[in-house]
Design a protein around this ligand. Structure first.
Ligand code: DLZ
Length: 171
């Protein structure tokens, strides 16, 4: 499996666009708080490391991962945001609750992204057990919060680049 071969949070630090003029939302689920807090810290640190101002990062906590899409929509409709990073952790249990939540979050965030033309980044861990979550929240597989923040910055830069081209070409 790819995840057993490398640290998933390794990204080309030197090749990242500046996030200086970008604004972000971070929506974080309270379920499995130890994990989601580690994701949040990593995402926030990554945005700041690449130039985002703390005043331009708006955080919202929601009760569980199922609430991530509606929380993201609430935040995006009240603040001027270039991207929203959604962070949660759904650990597989004895029943199939995880499948319903994970699929709903994926569909909800994709729908928001496509409808708005803005990135609503999927930073949801979907582990089989707590150890797999720990491994991806600052453990041996890095921190998915870093990847989610890097994705948000890159997608905003892509959109800004396309917007500039459109102005230059004039259509
Ligand atoms: C109900 C529930 C369960 C069983 N497990 C998790 C979980 O592992 N991670 C998570 O983020 N949320 C969980 N939830 C809560 C749901 O996401 C949601 O908050 C409730 O079903 C209320 O809509």
């Amino acid at each position: 499996m790819a995840s057993s071969l490398k640290n998933l949070s390794e990204y080309d630090d030197s090749n990242m666009p500046s996030a200086e003029d970008m604004s972000f939302g971070i929506v974080v689920s309270e379920w499995n708080t130890k994990i989601t807090h580690a994701l949040y810290e990593a995402a926030h640190d990554t945005l700041v490391k690449h130039g985002a101002k703390t005043d331009d990062i708006h955080t919202l906590q929601v009760p569980g991962s199922f609430e991530l899409p509606v929380g993201a929509k609430m935040l995006a409709s009240r603040k001027k945001l270039d991207a929203v990073i959604c962070l949660g952790c759904v650990i597989k249990g004895e029943t199939t609750h995880n499948e319903y939540i994970n699929q709903s979050v994926a569909t909800g965030l994709m729908t928001l992204s496509v409808a708005s033309g803005k990135p609503f980044v999927f930073g949801l861990l979907t582990p089989n057990d707590e150890q797999q979550a720990i491994d991806r929240a600052g453990g041996k597989h890095g921190n998915k919060g870093v990847e989610a923040a890097a994705t948000a910055i890159r997608m905003v830069a892509i959109k800004k680049g396309l917007d500039e081209q459109k102005q230059t070409i004039g259509f």
